[in-house]
Design a protein around this ligand. Sequence first.
Ligand SMILES: [Zn+2]
Length: 281
Amino acid sequence: MRIYVSVDMEGLAGVGHAHQTHYGPTVDRADYDRSRALMAGEANAAIEAAFERGAREVVVNDSHWQMRNLRAEDLHEGARLLIGDKPLSMTQGVGDGPDGAFDGAAFIGYHAGAGNPTGVISHTYSSATVMEVRVNGVVHNEASLNAIRLGHFGVPVMLVAGDDALAAEIETVLPWAERVIVKRGLGYSLTDSLSPHDAAAAIRNGMGRAIERMGEMELHQPSLPLRGEMDVRLPVMADFAAVLPGVERIGPRTIGFEAPDGDSFYRLFVCLMRLAGVPAL
Ligand SMILES: [Zn+2]
């Protein structure tokens, strides 16, 4: 059994404010560095439970911000770490030949989609750019967008960990996945969180249940061709995204696109999301 673990930061226990998830000229680095340790703690809980339940290989994709948050030295022995610039972002490593074939995936530290009223740091890939993404008319968050590419390669999402707002979204769009709630969202920048110790225990238990229920897991494969719509923050962002041939401008701040399969859909989505982020504002 080979397990893929994609780890984000905003949905970790103990993280309640965006300033804990990055640093910069106006944001101190100390809180971010502590969040990196929290990230390793929850990732390790998933890795340990997978190995205990018979996984032969666990590949961890550092899926947050610049995608080099996890310190390799903090990671449970036996796991492999994808760290660096990721053309395929939060799904890097899936589908690249035999090494990209996995029996299941766990999403740790994930968060609710853009606009969720109570989800902690709710956003969809870029809070500066993306206001909402729909696939075949259904609103998608990061977990379900990533699940589309994983579904194309036959990899079911088995477990999603984050706050209660994320769990409610997952119940609708990936209902088979085991849901682990490590905190309650009380607003965009406020949470009532478990301790890291209790969050790790919940993830270990959840991973155990997910592996026991492996036969019930399904692939997220919406009907083809996939029709995507992305609302962006400003019209100039739609101007830039709509430059790509085949992309349609369907509103002042909305672009539409179509893809023949889940891999192409995700690739097109990350291109458009990145293009929309180009204008200097
Ligand atoms: Zn993130």
